[in-house]
Design a protein around this ligand. Structure first.
Ligand SMILES: Nc1ncnc2c1ncn2[C@@H]1O[C@H](COP(=O)(O)OP(=O)(O)OP(=O)(O)O)[C@@H](O)[C@H]1O
Length: 303
């Protein structure tokens, strides 16, 4: 087990901002950690990194208790609010971060991480002259210096354009192939969906969904049906008969069933036809991470 969080809680000035959060991450996973603004994600990451102490609960990272220095030497961390020393060149910054990992400056190592993040050749320039996207890339390069077993990425693509985002996605997938475990906190759900194997969603400090992303998305099916107009009485019969969440039929004849499996799809089709309706379309759609997320946290619940 690479990360184990057991009932982690954190209070700031008597305000409970993380409430008994538990989850575990296995080696080689890309683990998505999601939640609306203020949900407590960064606080959880900081507790796992040993940067803040939990008020209660415990955890392990790389087999060591939270905050253990030997485990921290094998962690890479790209913080959400990165601000690097503007007067240093890219190379100076890498050397400085190497020294924080108790590593000697090494041009070859630097070249390796610079190449990986697409900054090779830019290391002689001052960080202050870098664009925001380049600063985020050099931050990622710093996080990669110790060849980490576990990489924490807190909003790694917030400053990047779509091409940069795709590049970071590929970096994450390459690292995974090399056996690195990646803990990814991002608001970009399509990005998380594209790279993560497992996710945990937290809301208001508590876990609201957790599991293999594939299983979570397969649990819920939205069935899109387009048919001739349905009378009110038949609509309520449908709801009762199939015990499904059902949105009112739209003016274009569409209605959506939320089902927990596809077993009842053909029954719905037969039922509608038996009621004399004309059926134009019947399409089961698996949930997207965005709809799963919005259902889990309730739209508009961000603080
Ligand atoms: N040092 C602190 N002192 C007091 N309150 C804090 C501190 N750090 C975080 N908080 C509060 O804890 C709550 C959770 O914050 P946190 O930064 O962990 O959320 P988050 O999920 O990472 O949010 P975002 O997505 O906006 O970055 C917020 O209400 C925040 O104001």
């Amino acid at each position: 087990m690479i990360i184990e969080a057991v009932n982690l809680s954190k209070k700031y000035q008597n305000k409970l901002v993380v409430d008994s959060v538990s989850f575990s991450v296995e080696k080689g996973q890309v683990y998505g950690f999601l939640g609306p603004n203020g949900a407590g994600k960064s606080t959880c990451i900081k507790m796992l990194m040993g940067l803040v102490f939990p008020t209660s609960g415990k955890g392990q990272v790389l087999g060591k208790p939270l905050g253990d220095v030997s485990a921290r030497m094998k962690l890479g961390y790209l913080p959400e609010l990165f601000r690097y020393q503007e007067w240093m060149t890219g190379e100076d910054l890498l050397d400085f971060h190497s020294s924080l990992f108790r590593l000697k400056p090494d041009r070859q190592r630097n070249a390796g991480v610079l190449r990986r993040v697409g900054l090779l050749g830019q290391e002689k320039y001052k960080v202050g002259s870098y664009s925001k996207g380049m600063q985020q890339r050099i931050g990622l390069a710093c996080a990669l210096l110790p060849n980490p077993e576990l990489l924490f990425l807190d909003e790694p693509t917030s400053a990047l354009d779509p091409i940069g985002r795709k590049e970071v996605r590929n970096i994450i997938l390459d690292l995974q192939k090399e056996g690195t475990t990646v803990f990814l906190n991002s608001h970009l759900l399509s990005e998380v969906e594209a790279v993560s194997d497992y996710i945990t969603i937290i809301n208001k400090g508590s876990v609201v969904r957790s599991g293999a992303i594939h299983d979570l998305l397969m649990k819920q099916i939205n069935l899109k049906v387009t048919c001739s107009p349905i009378a009110e009485e038949l609509f309520s019969n449908l709801k009762q008969h199939f015990d499904a969440e059902l949105k009112p039929q739209g003016p274009d004849g569409t209605l959506y069933f939320r089902l927990t499996n596809t077993d009842s799809v053909h029954e719905i089709a037969s039922f509608l036809i038996s009621q004399g309706l004309e059926l134009y379309e019947l399409t089961p759609q698996h949930e997207t991470l965005e709809s799963l997320f919005l259902n889990a946290v309730g739209e508009g619940s961000a603080t």
